[in-house]
Design a binder for this molecule. Structure first.
Ligand SMILES: Cc1cc2nc3c(=O)[nH]c(=O)nc-3n(C[C@H](O)[C@H](O)[C@H](O)COP(=O)(O)OP(=O)(O)OC[C@H]3O[C@@H](n4cnc5c(N)ncnc54)[C@H](O)[C@@H]3O)c2cc1C
Length: 404
């Protein structure tokens, strides 16, 4: 069989199929396999998650995701990783990491197992065209023509093109008769036309971020928020970015409502602000606010609130209420997500309705298989995307016929 794409899904499929005696050739456009594995988790590789609940995976066909993941729990994935020589350790929120915390070791162990099994790994080989033939497929690549009876596409998504991310496989599948859900950047930072994030650039804090689309609440996350020159980043933003991405793609106006102090209820914060007014001390207002807020945020809050007074003793209940409202409800219009170069994954991909959930085989083209991020599934941050790649790769590797 031929596999296009030596990422997590392609390598898992190659190993699984080769263990069953299938002759496997993997074509990879990069000079080395597993580039996304190498950079994952900042080089530590958040390789899986202890609790791969289907709710952590997103698709236009969630019922299919459930079927595909049935039987593919953390143990199944960990058994596979263990068989390759990768031991794991759990951190917070069920996140699993290789014990040495080295993504490079994960790639080394996977490629070593491929070698041991006689998998032919052809790197620097970009596939440019795929055609159906009477018995199988013909592929044109930068290294010539290849023929096979069974073909597995594990070319991933267009996220992170600098690492080999591409929609090529999705387009090949489309040319073979599959329907695509258009890919959009996800787990990605958000850009704004507002000028004030630039002034607060570099400020990182714990915040609650709500996403509103067409003035309606969509979702919210609490966690790190980072102001940047272009808008906002940080884990809370990444975690709701897919929802923003899908709505922005439909031209819905999106904005964030940011609570800069989620740990303080309105009542408690109101009490704190009121009680700390000291007319004798009479601090300039900006300095007075610096007592509770990051100093780079102070001019932003004062400007947005439209407060013109100069010092502490002029503060009154009305002004405190206005300040409170802005601090707990700072609005930021969102123009777009950052582009695919900055996205960890993409939403969309091959429509799951056209893929057999047991075998990962195309329902349109016999002998054609899919696994990994090329499919219309994106997972939450926390190891879920690799869980999907390993699980579907193993499924595909188990399904291909062994007579070739
Ligand atoms: C910066 C970053 C950090 C991440 N961190 C994590 C993490 O910690 N945990 C987690 O679970 N997920 C993480 N992810 C997501 C995860 O890396 C992907 O979901 C996963 O790698 C998808 O695996 P895949 O095998 O489907 O695709 P990929 O890993 O993208 O592999 C596809 C392969 O196909 C090759 N290819 C594409 N087109 C062609 C062609 N025409 N011809 C030949 N070869 C081709 C590509 O070069 C690539 O090597 C991260 C992603 C990024 C970008």
């Amino acid at each position: 069989m031929l596999i296009v794409g030596a990422g997590a899904a392609g390598l898992a499929a190659a190993i699984t199929a080769a263990r069953r005696g299938v002759e496997v050739v993997v074509l990879e456009q990069n000079e080395r396999p597993g580039k996304k594995i190498l950079v994952s988790g900042n080089g530590r590789c958040n390789i899986a998650n202890r609790r791969p609940d289907p709710a952590r995976f997103h698709s236009t066909r969630p019922e299919r995701v459930k079927e595909i993941l049935r039987g593919y729990d953390a143990k199944k994935v960990l058994d596979f990783l263990h068989s390759v020589g990768i031991e794991t350790e759990e951190e917070e929120e069920g996140k699993l990491f290789p014990m040495g915390r080295q993504a490079a070791s994960v790639v080394n162990l996977l490629t070593r197992e491929c070698q041991r099994l006689g998998v032919e790994l052809v790197t620097g080989c970009q596939v440019m065209e795929i055609r159906r033939e009477k018995e199988g497929f013909s592929l044109k690549s930068s290294q010539g023509t290849h023929r096979c009876r069974q073909l597995l596409l594990t070319t991933g998504s267009p996220a992170a093109p600098q690492l080999g991310g591409s929609n090529a496989g999705m387009l090949f599948a489309q040319s073979l008769g599959h329907r695509l859900i258009p890919p959009r950047p996800a787990l990605v930072a958000l850009e704004s036309d507002a000028s004030w994030p630039k002034r607060a650039s570099g400020v990182k804090l714990h915040a609650r971020v709500r996403l509103l689309a067409s003035d309606s609440f969509v979702t919210e996350r609490e966690g790190d928020l980072l102001f940047t020159d272009y808008g906002v980043s940080g884990l809370a933003v990444l975690d709701l970015s897919r929802e923003a991405s899908l709505r922005l793609a439909e031209w819905e106006p999106c904005e964030l409502s940011i609570d800069l102090m989620p740990g303080w209820s309105k009542e408690r914060l109101s009490k704190l602000l009121t009680e700390r007014i000291d007319p004798d001390r009479d601090l300039p207002l900006d300095l007075w606010l610096e007592g509770v807020l990051h100093r780079k945020l102070v001019p932003v809050i004062l400007k947005i609130t439209g407060i013109r007074i100069g010092s502490e003793k002029q503060l009154n209940r009305k002004i405190i209420r206005q300040l409170l409202y802005t601090i707990k409800n700072l609005k930021l219009p969102i123009r777009q997500t950052r582009d695919f170069r900055y996205a960890e994954v993409a939403t969309g991909g091959i429509n799951l309705a056209e893929v057999d959930p047991e075998r990962m085989e195309s329902r349109k083209v016999p002998g054609l298989y899919f696994a990994g991020e090329i499919l219309d599934v994106d997972g939450d941050r926390g190891g879920f995307n690799f869980h999907w790649a390993w699980s579907t790769g193993i499924r595909a590797g188990m399904s291909v016929k062994s007579e070739e």
